[in-house]
Design a protein around this ligand. Structure first.
Ligand SMILES: *Cc1c(COP(=O)(O)O)cnc(C)c1O
Length: 404
């Protein structure tokens, strides 16, 4: 912003004026404030250092108000009279929370700005059990030696997906977890297709949100984008024609935040998988939502599922932990053994490492799925409600708060 000379001089005089503002001199010192009789009881009970910090914060706020020109001598006197009480309150409140619980009355069940999936009670209990002490995060208790942190969820994930897809995945597949689905996709491209071409339908060169754009991620990963088909129509023959000796991967991206209607065509996943097999090119699907099984029972048709992607024979599938899966923020990568092993060997894998709290929450969520207690997972419970019912609840909440 450019200021003209008059404004500059104006600003200088305001600053000089505030620096010499006599109102500042009316403020008591911390020591004087703590001597006031109405704080005597608090001073006797409270921890001294904490109380001093509270008094400093309260004084600092008042000083800021003076700087902003909010006080005359008389209003400042009133405010100074309130200082002992405010210091007591401040000391009871402690340091304010920045991250805090909210009521979601937006009607949007999975809201990224509001922290996406709330966790189940069991997931939270698992977190507190593991967070308070030491754990076997990287220790193999049966062998009595160093272990891998991914084992805590790998066998559950393979059992769950195998059951949902009607396959035994344990002998052929592996699973790993990273910070989020965006990281899974980037890492997979980096590990499997750096310096090689990746075939992507033009209809899937999408932006997921928060600036995560497939073409840019691909470029950053060192892979080379090879566009296939057109925006509205891509056929299996388009993939076939684009494939070459330099093709490292076929990437499918779930169009999770938009839909295309009309003159559109997209080959079913199993046809893409068959082509990949025939040409010996691995097929990677960024499934995104983490939805395990069909939502048909709740009246939502056609939403792709993790079970469907694995069942179709994809070599690798990536999904978020905190969308329709209903668990903690993470990215799950489930794939053929040799593919996952190759990703594990990528030096970047270590930089996307997930902490013990996420494993604890993810294991808790997986336990609900495996025991069939799906209603324990808050997201799955909430999406069973009708839009009408959700709207009515939101109205009730906003009416109760009086903020329409
Ligand atoms: C949401 C989504 C992502 C990003 O997942 P995060 O867990 O938010 O990183 C990537 N791909 C698809 C298809 C998605 O739906």
């Amino acid at each position: 912003m450019k200021m003209n000379a008059a404004e500059q001089s104006n600003r200088r005089t305001t600053r000089l004026h505030t620096e010499s503002n006599p109102l500042y001199r009316m403020l008591p010192s911390v020591h004087e404030l703590l001597q006031s009789s109405s704080l005597a009881e608090t001073v006797a009970r409270a921890e001294h250092d904490r109380l001093v910090k509270s008094a400093r914060r309260v004084l600092e706020r008042l000083r800021d108000e003076i700087t902003q020109g909010l006080h005359s001598e008389s209003t400042l006197k009133l405010a100074i009279n309130e200082l002992p009480d405010e210091t007591g309150d401040e000391n009871r409140r402690g340091i304010p929370h920045s991250l805090r619980p909210m009521i979601n009355a937006t009607g949007v069940i999975l809201h990224t700005n509001l922290g996406r999936a709330p966790l189940s009670r069991k997931a939270i209990e698992n977190i507190s059990a593991v967070a308070a002490g030491y754990s076997n995060l990287e220790f193999d208790l049966t062998r009595g030696e160093r272990g891998l942190r991914d084992v805590h969820v790998e066998s559950h994930l393979l059992a769950l997906l195998g059951e949902a897809a009607g396959m035994d995945l344990k002998p052929t597949h592996r699973a790993i977890v990273v910070n989020n689905c965006a990281a899974s996709t980037f890492l997979a491209l980096h590990a499997l297709a750096r310096g090689k071409e990746v075939l992507v339908s033009r209809g899937e060169l999408v932006e997921i949100g928060g600036g995560f754009r497939i073409p840019e991620i691909l470029e950053e990963s060192g892979a080379v984008l090879r566009e296939v088909g057109t925006t509205n129509r891509t056929r299996i023959a388009d993939y076939e024609r684009a494939a070459s000796a330099n093709t490292g991967l076929v990437l499918r991206v779930h169009q999770s935040n938009f839909s295309m209607d009309g003159f559109v065509e997209r080959p079913p996943l199993d046809e893409v998988v068959s082509l990949g097999r025939r040409l010996s090119i691995p097929v990677f699907e960024d499934q995104g939502t983490g939805l395990l099984q069909s939502l048909q029972a709740y009246g939502i048709a056609g939403e792709p599922t993790l079970a469907g992607s694995v069942g179709a024979g994809c070599d690798l599938v990536a999904a978020s932990g905190d969308k329709l899966f209903g668990g903690p923020q993470c990215g799950m990568l489930i794939g053929k053994r040799e593919i996952i092993d190759q990703i594990r060997k990528d030096p970047l894998f270590r930089t996307y490492r997930v902490d013990k709290l996420s494993y604890a929450a993810l294991e808790g969520t997986l336990q609900h799925y495996l025991s069939g207690a799906l209603d324990e997972i808050p997201i799955l419970r909430m999406i069973q409600r009708s839009a009408h019912d959700i709207a009515a609840r939101c109205e009730q909440v906003t009416a109760a708060i009086g903020n329409r």
